[in-house]
Design a protein. Structure first.
Length: 365
């Protein structure tokens, strides 16, 4: 089955099709992780995107039922150099090809993914299409050029109803902008009781739950498309300890008066170095985002830059000067890894405990 990958600038790649025979349209991006393709396919932050894997062989350990980050994949299409036909792993239950067929997601293999990645790095993310070999390229490319950006990505991936995860420890409200399962897993490991809330939950509704802390999850798209969440963060800031991840980090910045901007080609992969400004320590992080906080916009706010990306100098961490609140641009829950920044969950719960002790002291004195 021959297939073609078409970019809005007129570039055409031809290769072998696998997965679904459906056509797909989306923003084409690349991810540099050497493992973790299953987590990538099911990460809600990839909603609406055609993902290029820079590692040359994908699918070699198959698909299993334990490594999903959501109940279904959110990518629009998959681009690889080589798709493994015969995976070798004791947990594997499906091939990548079979999984994509079942989920209606097309893939293309046998193209020069290095050339494609270099193009994205040089010209930025582009709209792209995966379609059959006999489709008219000119017509498809014209359609790509006329398509508009997605502005409701978070609404498409957030939970529609509130739900609970029981636990004997701290009560954490997790606002779901496209939360990965691994965030819940890390909170569960720490015995937290978690209330997962839709993205459009108001500050009043959150405070009525009387949580010990609030987490703002990762998610797809432009943070400025989620104005209701910015208002919510403004309403809870200073009233309850707060920890934001990825999109949650950007929404926190907007709520505090800072600005965000779209990166040329984003940060996606499991090998991004980030340095803690205070200690000088560097950790390797898992990242997946197309927007970042504008450092020039921090003037006049109460935000402090705590971490920085070593690849391009962009902001990777923020803290509030007055309130118990901090955020990171990367994914401390990792999955598949690395796990260098996993202790941030403990840091958050320590902040929560300290806030409770201060409140108790204030009431008794």
């Amino acid at each position: 089955m021959k297939r073609q990958l078409l970019l809005e600038d007129g570039t055409v790649f031809k290769g072998e099709g696998f997965g679904s025979e459906k056509a797909a349209y989306g923003e084409i991006v690349f991810t540099t992780g050497m493992t973790g393709y299953q987590e990538t396919l099911t990460d809600p932050s990839f909603y609406g995107q055609i993902v290029t894997f820079t590692y040359p062989l994908i699918g070699n350990y198959g698909i299993n039922w334990n490594d999903f980050e959501a109940v279904k994949p959110y990518v629009k299409g998959v681009v690889v150099k080589e798709a493994a036909s015969y995976p070798s792993n004791w947990r594997s239950t499906l091939t990548l090809d079979t999984f994509l067929k079942e989920k209606g997601i097309p893939g293309i293999s046998g193209i020069d993914t290095r050339k494609l990645t270099r193009k994205i790095r040089a010209f930025g993310t582009l709209r792209a299409a995966l379609c059959a070999e006999d489709e008219d390229p000119e017509a498809v490319i014209k359609n790509l050029q006329e398509k508009r950006a997605i502005h409701d990505a978070v609404a498409q991936v957030s939970t529609k109803k509130r739900y609970e995860m029981e636990g004997p420890g701290k009560h954490i409200a997790l606002v779901d902008f496209g939360a990965k399962k691994s965030i819940l897993t890390e909170l569960s490991k720490r015995n937290c009781r978690v209330t997962v809330l839709p993205y459009d939950t108001t500050a009043a509704d959150i405070l009525q739950l009387r949580p010990d802390g609030v987490m703002l999850s990762n998610g797809p798209g432009n943070p400025k498309d989620v104005a209701c969440a910015v208002d919510m963060v403004k309403g809870i800031l200073g009233k309850v300890p707060l920890f934001g991840i990825c999109l949650g980090h950007q929404l926190f910045a907007l709520a505090c008066g800072a600005d965000t901007f779209k990166l040329k080609f984003g940060h996606r992969g499991a090998n991004h170095p980030v340095q803690d400004i205070e200690t000088g320590k560097t950790v390797i992080t898992s990242q997946n985002h197309g927007y970042a906080v504008d450092e020039h916009s921090l003037a006049g706010t109460d935000l402090i830059v705590t971490e920085r990306a070593l690849n391009d100098g962009t902001i990777e961490g923020l803290a509030h000067r007055k309130y118990p609140a901090f955020t990171v641009q990367y994914h401390p829950e990792a999955s598949p890894g690395p796990h260098d920044s996993n202790p941030l969950f403990d840091k958050f719960l320590t902040m929560v405990e300290k806030q409770k002790e201060e409140q108790t002291y204030a009431k008794t004195h």
